[in-house]
Write a protein that binds this ligand. Structure first.
Ligand code: HSE
Length: 420
């Protein structure tokens, strides 16, 4: 069993406590032990919070409590968080933090202090995307040639709304604050600093670069106007705030700036609060990571991944999943019961009643046509191209068999599933 204290029970902290409660069975099965969120530390005990864990405002009491195994630092800011993390590590407690500003300034020092004590920070970069894990584990065989990404959900949300809906900068900033995406001080977001903190963490893992925010080029989105967006639309560009790390000879280029990107690039499809990062390794080539970059549950998902990792340490992870008596028994769905939409290509004789025959076969198998096109093939045949509403795999398979045997259908029907 591991006992967890959550320091800072705001949007992310509440989600961590609630997910550990709501998904307890699956998380503890994967961890191989009980994970107990036993206390949360807050500044203001009178503020109403949607959590069921015990709360205190006495941070020292928690740090001194020998029964607490893991400190989850979600208080934000640098100075106090630095003291808390140092004290926790000195006391031998594992630390999980989502605090990118803290890491942007003190990551090497804290790593050294941690030594063999777990010190994890998956949630500090790109919210719910396991990009730290990908860089540390999945891409470990590679020299990283470059990393380019959308790493700030607030800016991406704002730019997307400005581009798609023509909303003014100030209105949209307020909206993203209300949605809980923005930092306590949103100039960290719009000024590019939050993205820079994340970029510095990635650059440490990929290149071992020990730079501070002051050392790199950081520009935000404050100067983007509706004219810039008009120009971008006119010439098929998209405007994004990018964090860029590139190996150039023996140097590493690090910068955060807004940029016009040609609409052909995948990163232009990363919209709203989503983050997307392209990492190019010398052996693997390009890999892409996409997911929610901000928000309570997405960020908590990464925090809890670190907690589970700590629990598993030294025990190895299950290779093909896990088995537990506590879990509902999940079974494989029969292929027949799959439900989706289908596209059918039918070659039929071009004569009276052919279409009626096809539609009645479909209707007899509970299949409803959504859209249809008829295209001539030659003087005697046409193609009927049609999509269906959602129906069952077993029905479509039976309908296809019947259609194949139907005299007006002159060729084996083709089917492609539609995923929308
Ligand atoms: N303010 C940050 C963002 C939160 O908008 O991406 C997640 O780090």
């Amino acid at each position: 069993m591991l006992k967890i204290a959550i320091i800072g029970v705001g949007t992310v902290g509440s989600s961590v406590a609630n997910i550990l409660r709501d998904n307890k069975d699956i998380i503890c099965s994967r961890a191989g032990m009980q994970l107990i969120p036993s206390i949360g530390v807050v500044n203001n005990l009178n503020k109403k919070r949607d959590v069921s864990i015990k709360l205190t405002d006495d941070i020292d009491l928690v740090l001194e409590d020998d029964s607490i195994d893991i400190i989850v630092e979600l208080m934000g800011g640098v100075t106090q968080a630095y003291e808390v993390v140092k004290k926790a590590l000195t006391k031998g407690k594992a630390v999980v933090t989502a605090n990118k500003a803290l890491l942007a300034y003190h990551r090497y020092e804290l790593q050294e202090l941690a030594g063999d004590i777990p010190f994890e920070f998956e949630a500090a970069v790109a919210g719910g995307i396991p990009i730290i894990n990908a860089l540390r584990e999945g891409l470990t065989a590679n020299h990283i040639e470059s990393m380019k990404g959308i790493m700030n959900g607030t800016c991406n949300y704002m730019l997307t709304r400005m581009i798609n809906d023509g909303v003014a900068y100030d209105d949209i900033l307020k909206e993203s604050q209300d949605l809980g995406y923005a930092e306590a001080d949103p100039s960290f977001d719009v000024g590019g600093f939050d993205a820079a903190h994340k970029l510095l963490i990635l650059a440490s893992i990929a290149y071992g670069i020990d730079a501070k925010p002051e050392d790199i080029l950081i520009e935000g989105i404050e100067n983007i106007t509706s004219e810039d967006i008009e120009f971008a639309n006119e010439f098929d560009y998209c405007v994004k705030l990018l964090g860029i790390a590139k190996k150039v000879g023996k140097q590493i280029e690090l910068r955060v700036n807004s940029a016009f990107i040609p609409n052909t690039q995948m990163l232009t499809k990363v919209d709203g609060v989503m983050n997307g990062i392209s990492v190019i390794g010398d052996k693997v080539g390009e890999t892409m990571y996409y997911g929610a970059g901000a928000g309570g549950d997405a960020t908590a998902s990464a925090v809890i991944a670190n907690i589970v990792d700590i629990a598993r340490r030294g025990k190895g992870s299950p290779m093909l999943g896990f088995k537990s008596e506590n879990l509902e028994n999940l079974i494989l769905m029969s292929k027949d019961d799959i439900k989706t939409k289908y596209y059918l290509r039918l070659r039929v004789e071009d004569k009276t009643g052919a279409l009626a025959k096809v539609s009645s076969i479909l209707a007899n198998h509970n299949i409803s046509i959504e859209k249809m096109l008829q295209k001539p093939v030659n003087k005697t045949c046409v193609h009927l191209l049609l999509s269906t509403h959602t129906c069952m795999e077993k029905d479509i398979n039976q309908a296809l068999k019947t259609l194949e045997d139907e005299i007006v259908v002159t060729k084996k029907p083709a089917m492609i599933r539609i995923e929308d």
